[in-house]
Design a protein around this ligand. Structure first.
Ligand code: PBG
Length: 329
C-alpha cells in the first residue's frame, strides 16, 4: 500500500496538525430569553440548558458568558399574555420592557454585540410572525410594524437586528427605515432560509408564542417559512436579502439543513449564520439524559460539524456550555 490514510490519524499531535476546523468563542452567539419582573431565573422544561431571565438576572448571565469569552448575544422576550393583541401593538410601544432591557444591557456592557428579534409572534395574540386578517398573514401591513420595531430597537442600542419573520421585502423595508432615521450603522442579520420546521417547539414553550388554536388562524407557519423539501428557494431568498442589504444571512434550523448552509456559503460572500434551534438541542439533551449519547462528546461534535458545513457563526443554546467544557479540557 502506497497510501495509508491512517498515518495522518496516528497520534493526537498529528491529528491536531491536519485538523481543518475548530469552534472558537468568536464563532458562537448565545441566545437569551428575557422575562418581566425581577430576580427571576426560570427553567424551561423542554429545553433544560436554557432559562428565562428577568433583566437584573440577565446581566449576571451575560457577565458569566463574557468571562468565558463570549461577546455576542441574541435576545428574545416573553411577553405577558395581557399585553398581547391581534395588532401586536406592544411590539411598537417605545416603553416596552424588551427595549428597556436592551438599553440597560448595552449601558453595562457596551462592547458586546447585542442582536434583536424582529417579528410579531411574541407580541401577537394570534401567535404569528405577521398580522393575521381573515385567516391570512398580511405581508405588506406587517412590514409597517417591522419598520417601526426596527427603529425602536436601533434607538435602544441593539447592534444587529434579526428579522425572523420571513415576510417578503422586509430587509429592504427595514434597511430603508433605519437609514432614514440615522441608523446607518445598525446591522441586519436576516433569517434568510428559515424553514417551517418541527424543531421550534421548545422555543415556543419558552416564549409561549405558538400559533393559537383557533379555526380562523393558520395553525402553522407554512405560508411564510420555507418548505423543508426545498433548497432552490434558499438561493432566491439569499439573492434578495443580500441585494436588500443584509449583513449576515442565516440558515435555520442547522442540522437537518447542513446542505443549505453549504449551498449559501459556497454561493455568497456574505457571512452565513446557522441557528442550531431549540428542538435540535432538546433532542440531544434528552438522549444524553437517557445515557444513550455522551453529552461531553456529542455536543461539541454537533457544533463542530455545523462549522465544517460552512457556518461562519453558530447561534446555539450550547454556546456557554461548550466554552465551559472547553475550559475544563
Ligand atoms: C419566531 C422565532 C422562532 C425561533 C426564533 N424566532 C420560532 C418560530 O418561528 O416559530 C425559533 C428558535 C428556536 O427554536 O430555537 N420569530
Amino acid at each position: 500500500m502506497l497510501r495509508r490514510p491512517r498515518r495522518n490519524r496516528k497520534s493526537e499531535s498529528i491529528r491536531k496538525l491536519i485538523r481543518e476546523n475548530a469552534v472558537h468563542a468568536n464563532d458562537l452567539i448565545q441566545p437569551l430569553f428575557l422575562t418581566t419582573g425581577v430576580n427571576k431565573k426560570e427553567q424551561i422544561k423542554s429545553l433544560p440548558v436554557a432559562h428565562r431571565f428577568s433583566t437584573d438576572k440577565i446581566l449576571f448571565e451575560i457577565e458569566e458568558c463574557i468571562k468565558l469569552g463570549l461577546h455576542s448575544f441574541i435576545m428574545f422576550p416573553k411577553i405577558p399574555q395581557d399585553l398581547k393583541n391581534p395588532e401586536a401593538s406592544y411590539s411598537i410601544n417605545p416603553d416596552n420592557y424588551y427595549l428597556k432591557a436592551a438599553i440597560e444591557i448595552k449601558d453595562r456592557f457596551p462592547n458586546i454585540t447585542l442582536i434583536s428579534d424582529v417579528a410579531l409572534d411574541p407580541y401577537n395574540s394570534d401567535g404569528h410572525d405577521g398580522l393575521v386578517k381573515n385567516g391570512i398573514i398580511q405581508n405588506d401591513e406587517t412590514l409597517v410594524l417591522l419598520e417601526k420595531m426596527s427603529i425602536l430597537q436601533a434607538d435602544a442600542g441593539f447592534d444587529i437586528l434579526g428579522p425572523s419573520d420571513m415576510m417578503d421585502g422586509r430587509i429592504e423595508a427595514i434597511r430603508y427605515a433605519l437609514d432614514s432615521n440615522k441608523h446607518t450603522e445598525t446591522s441586519i442579520m436576516s433569517y434568510t432560509a428559515k424553514y417551517a420546521s418541527a424543531y421550534y417547539g421548545p422555543f415556543r414553550d419558552a416564549l409561549d408564542s405558538a400559533p393559537v388554536n383557533d379555526q380562523n388562524i393558520p395553525k402553522d407557519k407554512k405560508s411564510y417559512q420555507m418548505d423543508p423539501a426545498n433548497s432552490r428557494e434558499a438561493i432566491i431568498e439569499a439573492e434578495l436579502d443580500i441585494m436588500e442589504g443584509a449583513d449576515f444571512i442565516m440558515v435555520k434550523p442547522a442540522l437537518n439543513y447542513l446542505d443549505i448552509i453549504h449551498l449559501l456559503n459556497t454561493n455568497y460572500e456574505t457571512p452565513v449564520v446557522a441557528y442550531h434551534v431549540s428542538g435540535e438541542c432538546a433532542m440531544l439533551i434528552a438522549a444524553c439524559q437517557n445515557n444513550w449519547l455522551d453529552y461531553n462528546t456529542a455536543m461539541p461534535e454537533t457544533l463542530l460539524c455545523i462549522k465544517r458545513a460552512g457556518a461562519k457563526l453558530i447561534i446555539s443554546y450550547f454556546a456557554k456550555d461548550f466554552l465551559n467544557l472547553a475550559k475544563g479540557l
